[in-house]
Design a protein around this ligand. Structure first.
Ligand SMILES: [Ca+2]
Ligand SMILES: [Ca+2]
Ligand SMILES: [Ca+2]
Ligand SMILES: [Ca+2]
Length: 315
């Protein structure tokens, strides 16, 4: 019964979250994949995103970010004192003044004249081991707004969008503007995430200086632990998949229920599914998830748990 109560509490919290996340009007800027997710073959996946500005310009960005996934598991967080931040992003500033701003985890490029007519040189590195190249775009692809009429201005936007930060609850990655940044039309920036989980649907959202100018949507990103079938929820079907795989000691895959990548499906994997049961990203703006509606689901879940416990005792 303790477990039943716990699950009921999880479902209630999920429902509250679902109701508190009002459906937001979709609007630019937009967050899209720069390329299909890549299996790096070392247990991690690479996700690369482009942030595109409002086609009419003048989007006053306060912040934007990704949610609905375990951001605390992001592998390519900056080292040392930068832990919890993701500086692997590229924008106009990285291209035009690589030596002066947030360069520790940046890629950048050389021989580019910021006062000239454009930069077409390939990206190069500063020599830090964790800085990486940007093969997805040329420096000249990135746009900026120059509020003082010149590319010489050090106040070009999005110069002042900080590196992404893992939120306190570990469930989102947030990029915040130092000022209410005026984002240009077109490609504003690109950022890269390395994460152990395979691809499913997560959420993006942004907030503007103008309260009504808020956008949200879905994009492909790291799946939630527990989502065996990668349909962006953790429901009864996922539970059944784990139940089939439960007890495997080697060779287990994500689809079998091995969410921590150690090749087995054991109690730790079960607990990961339990913790996220009812979560989902089935709709635009469903930041809190779309939990299983029927109260009976908790009861069913409890019955399934009993079956697993019985199987464990028999082993
Ligand atoms: Ca699922
Ligand atoms: Ca499902
Ligand atoms: Ca496992
Ligand atoms: Ca294990």
């Amino acid at each position: 019964m303790m477990i039943g109560r716990k699950l009921t509490a999880v479902l209630v919290v999920g429902l509250l979250l679902a109701f508190s996340s009002t459906a937001l009007a979709s609007g630019p800027p937009d967050v899209v994949l720069a390329e299909a997710p890549t299996d790096l073959g070392d247990g991690n996946w690479e996700y690369v995103y482009d942030v595109l500005g409002n086609p009419s310009g003048g989007t006053h960005i306060v912040n934007f970010g990704l949610s609905g996934f375990n951001a605390s598991q992001i592998v390519n967080q900056c080292p040392g004192g930068w832990s919890g931040t993701l500086h692997q992003k590229w924008d106009w500033a990285a291209g035009h003044s690589p030596a002066s701003w947030e360069r520790d985890c940046y890629g950048s490029y050389a021989n580019c004249n910021p006062y000239g007519s454009g930069c077409t040189d390939p990206w190069i590195l500063h020599g830090q081991s964790w800085a990486i190249d940007n093969p997805w775009h040329d420096p000249g692809d990135y746009n900026a707004v120059f509020p003082y009429g010149s590319k010489k201005s050090s106040y070009s936007f999005p110069w002042f969008i900080y590196g992404g930060v893992v939120a306190g609850d570990g469930q989102s990655l947030l990029f915040t503007a130092k000022n209410q940044n005026r984002g240009p039309a077109g490609l504003i920036l690109t950022f890269r995430i390395v994460h152990p989980n395979p691809a499913a649907t997560i959420n993006w959202s942004n907030h503007s200086f103008y309260g009504s100018d808020v956008g949200s949507g879905t994009v492909t990103g790291p799946a939630t632990a527990g989502d065996c079938d990668l349909d962006s929820d953790v429901d009864w079907l996922d539970y059944q998949a784990l139940e089939v795989g439960f007890g495997m000691t080697t060779g287990a895959t994500w689809g079998d229920g091995d969410f921590d990548g150690d090749g087995d499906v054991d109690w730790a994997d079960y607990q990961a599914l339990e913790a996220s049961f009812g979560k989902g990203t089935s709709g635009v703006g469903a930041l809190g998830g779309n939990p299983v509606a029927e109260p009976a689901a908790a009861l069913l879940f409890g019955v399934g748990l009993t079956q697993i416990l019985v199987r464990r005792r028999r082993k």
